[in-house]
Design a protein around this ligand. Sequence first.
Ligand code: PLP
Length: 483
Amino acid sequence: MPNEKSYHMSIEEFRRNGRAAIDWIADYYERIESFPVLSRVQPGEIRASLPAEAPMQGEQFESLLSDVEKLILPGITHWQSPNFFAFFPCNASAPAILGDLLSSGLGIQGMLWATSPAATELETHVLDWLVQMLALPEKFLSSATGGGVIQDSASSATLCAILAARERATGYASNKHGCKGDLIAYASPQAHSSIEKAVRIAGLGDQNLRHIEVDANLALRPEALAAQIALDRQAGKVPCIVCATVGTTSSNALDPLPQIGRIAREHGIWLHVDSAMAGTASLCPEFRYINEGLEFADSYCFNPHKWMFTNFDCDCFYVARRKELIDALSILPDYLRNKATESGAVIDYRDWQVPLGRRFRALKLWFVIRHYGVEGLRYHVRRHVALAQQLASWVQRDERFELAAPSPLNLVCFRHRAGDAFNEALLDALNRSGDLYVTHTKLHGRFIIRFCVGQTYTESRHVERAWERIGEEAAKLEARGGW
Ligand code: PLP
């Protein structure tokens, strides 16, 4: 403790305020269902409620907390509400929050093994656990040629995969001389927009991203991929990377990895598999079919911050040959040199990602896995899938509605038969009610409501009530007519 004059929060105050903050979070979870799920504020409303200038004198923690309640909560969309069925989830859990808190408390920056050996070694260890937990190919283990690393997001994982693929495809010349114009990336038009963004950042350029045709189930067609690769080769281009998706954002479509993988291998093209949300399902043996063909993958990612109860941010990114990733990203200035790095006996995760610095994210993931155990995680994943399947069966039984795509896991895409305008109005009415939050997409050119079950505390009563509310709002719109 400092003896000199200081403005710091004392340890005693920290202890007291920390308890108050935890109590506030606990109270928040207890009353979370009382808030409209989607925030109702207008643009600019939150800023208008804040003082124009920063305070000259420090304030009491109590007023900070009470302003969170008064000024911030109205502008929160409640992602942790059990009535949140929008986008893909971004679920959290008590052990993850506490793990993250300890990580903040330790306040380390784990860019190098030497800057906190436990951060690196725990991360390597937990990512190896996950290879076994998800039954991923053994080449992704750190004891084999590959290994895993925590990225902030699937977008960063994809970017790293593209950078490594680019260097491999050009004999590590792109880093030296800049990216020349002929490197081609392949993905389905249903792939996440982060692939498009990564293709831009990596310097391949929009014109070199080939969107390969999909089949009736919105999965990439391998024959179309093979044909496009042949065309590109004939034209003197260099096929560089195929990004396949297991569980697309719009509809949870599963690209056929075995066929795509064989094509990629035949042509020596990097295969990256993005399983950002759906990957968690392979905790359960009955859903592991989604990973068939992963043996062909050069890299793979999934997000515990979506569906594995680990609060944002946490993406697990695996490579089959870590050397390729490190060779693409490593730069070692003098000020980062140290004996451990030079010994070659340690992992320095700064070489596995875009930023230099990194948080101690493995702690929250470790807490989650140890709190739930594999069985506990499986239980909740199975519950979510069962609840989504239940909803899909209700949709199928109601002649006013139809399913818009297969629902292999926890996402249900459906629409009212009355057409796009009706479905837009229905979505709007549901979200305005505050009772639940759902989002939309377009599939086969039509407006579709997406309903994803994956929030930590969602139970059958929430899905039942949501379906009831969907029926009620649809009935009101039907009565209004004019569709
Ligand atoms: N890939 C898929 C299939 C996604 O659904 C998403 C987000 O929903 C992403 C990538 C991007 O995720 P992140 O926010 O982790 O970059």
